[in-house]
Structures are given as C-alpha cells and as structure tokens.
Design a binder for this molecule. Structure first.
Ligand code: NDP
Length: 248
C-alpha cells in the first residue's frame, strides 16, 4: 500500500504503540504529525528517524486533554502539511486501582485523557473530513472496554465509551466516505505494561490462548489493513488484537 502524499495525525505518538504506528505510516510514504505530553527526547528522536524515511514529520507537546490547544495544533498541521487524511486516536494512560481506593483525580485523569482526548482530536478533524468527503479515524481502544478488567473501572469505562463513540460516529459520517474503526488490543509489550509485576504478567500470559503478549507490530499490521483497499467496506468495527484473550 502506498500512502505517499497523505497526512496523518497520531496522538501520543512518541512512545509505545503510537510510535510504532508513526513509523509504520511513514514507511508507507505518509507524512505524519504526532503529539506527546512530557517525553520530549523520545519525540525528538522519533521525529528524526521518521524524517530519514523521506517524509514530513513534526512532533509537538500538546496535552490531548486541552480542547483549544488540540484544535490549534490540528489546524496548524493541516495548514503546514497541506491537508489531513488520517487520525489515529492513540494517546492514553492507565491509573489502575480498586474502586474503593480510586480518587476523583484517578478517575478524571483517565477519562479526560482517553475519552475526552479522543473527542478533542476527532472534533478538530471532522469538519475537514466532512468537507473533503474522505478520511479515516482509527481509535486505539482496549479489550478492557469490551470485557471489563478488575482495578480498571476508570480505564474500562473510558475504552468502552471509545468503542461506543466509534460505532456512533461511523454511522454519522459513513455517507461522507469517512471510515471510523477501533482497534482493541489485549496486552501489548510497551512501557505501559511496566506497571505490572512479573507475577501479574504470568497470570495474564496464562489467560492468553496464543500464549504470548502482543507486540506493537501486531497493532500496526491492523492499522495498515484498515487503511488499505482491502478494508474499503469496513467501518464501525472494534477489532480485537489480543491473542484470543477476550474471545466472546
Ligand atoms: P505508552 O505509555 O507506552 O505511551 C503513551 C503515549 O501517550 C506516550 O507517547 C505519551 O506521551 C502519550 N500521552 C499520554 N498522555 C498524554 C496526554 N495527556 N497528551 C498527549 N499525549 C499523551 O502507552 P501504550 O503505547 O502502551 O498505549 C497506547 C494506547 O494503546 C493507549 O491508548 C492505551 O490505552 C492503548 N492500549 C495499550 C495496551 C498495552 O498493553 N500496552 C493494551 C490496550 C490498549 P509522553 O511520551 O510524553 O509520555
């Protein structure tokens, strides 16, 4: 597949799954902009790595929770890159705790980042996509939003809402040629998993039919597929990439 001349925005692209998506899109010829919140070094080194692939790449520290700043950034990228074709809503955090110990801040930070952040970026691109009658929105959700996981009431709620948003928006904009899908990964080896102890990781492994954690490449392969001609007739789907963890 060739995405030469296309422009993508990847939220939370500096590390982990977002970083791998940025690299995948760039390797397909796509110009890519991504934001991060605090890890400037990771973002700067990725930006250089991507530019070496011969495409445009720009990173900026923009808190995905800030509606006005996200809009300003998206408008800037559209102007600077000369268009906008793809939005990957990837920025996300976990603050895992039993509900009885969860503070208002623990709840709000996860909902504000994962759910409201997706709204902020989607709202910022949608008028452009509607006007041009094309565009892709890919939301990085989680199986936690489908089956619920203990100590993740905040995270499961945010991801479940992302899934519902995906279906609702897909129906709303399908007539304009815009595709909206979500990828729901299971456990993918990134820094996010460093919060889990070895014992917790072993328990997780025991639950995965394919017997391994996922890699970021398992996710990027699906992003590539969703953007390809082979997926032209797919919208409003929540695609599980979880080694069978949450087969329902
Ligand atoms: P990482 O923690 O490795 O990376 C998260 C990225 O999001 C970082 O680049 C971080 O920026 C950015 N980010 C966090 N908060 C904000 C914010 N407020 N504004 C802008 N950027 C922000 O996470 P993963 O790569 O593991 O996860 C990526 C997505 O995939 C998340 O939505 C997550 O919920 C989802 N997911 C992950 C799974 C996993 O097992 N890893 C499983 C299922 C879903 P900075 O570098 O500045 O910190």
């Amino acid at each position: 597949m060739n995405l030469k001349g296309k422009v993508a925005i990847v939220t939370g692209g500096g590390r982990g799954i977002g970083r791998a998506i940025v690299l995948k899109l760039a390797s397909l010829g796509c110009n890519v902009a991504f934001n991060y919140v605090k890890n400037k070094e990771a973002a700067a080194s990725l930006e250089k790595e991507v530019q070496k692939l011969g495409v445009k790449c720009q990173s900026r520290s923009v808190d995905i929770k800030d509606f006005a700043k996200v809009k300003e950034w998206v408008d800037f990228i559209k102007e600077e890159f000369g268009g906008l074709d793809i939005l990957v809503n990837n920025a996300g955090i976990i603050v895992d705790k039993a509900l009885m110990l969860m503070s208002e801040e623990d709840w709000n930070s996860v909902i504000d980042t994962n759910l409201n952040g997706m709204f902020n970026a989607s709202r910022a691109v949608i008028v452009t996509f509607l006007k041009q009658k094309s565009g892709h929105v890919i939301n990085i959700s989680s199986v936690s939003g489908l089956i619920g996981l203990p100590r993740q009431t905040n995270y499961s709620a945010s991801k479940g809402a992302m899934n519902a948003f995906t279906k609702s928006l897909a129906k709303e904009v399908a007539a304009y040629g815009i595709k909206v899908n979500a990828i729901a990964p299971g456990f993918i080896e990134t820094e996010m998993l460093s919060e889990f102890s070895d014992e917790q990781k072993q328990k997780i492994l025991d639950m995965i039919p394919l017997g391994r954690m996922g890699s970021v490449h398992d996710v990027t392969g699906c992003v590539e597929f969703l953007l390809s001609d082979a997926a032209q007739y797919i919208t409003g789907q929540i695609i599980q990439i979880d080694g069978g963890l949450a087969i329902r």
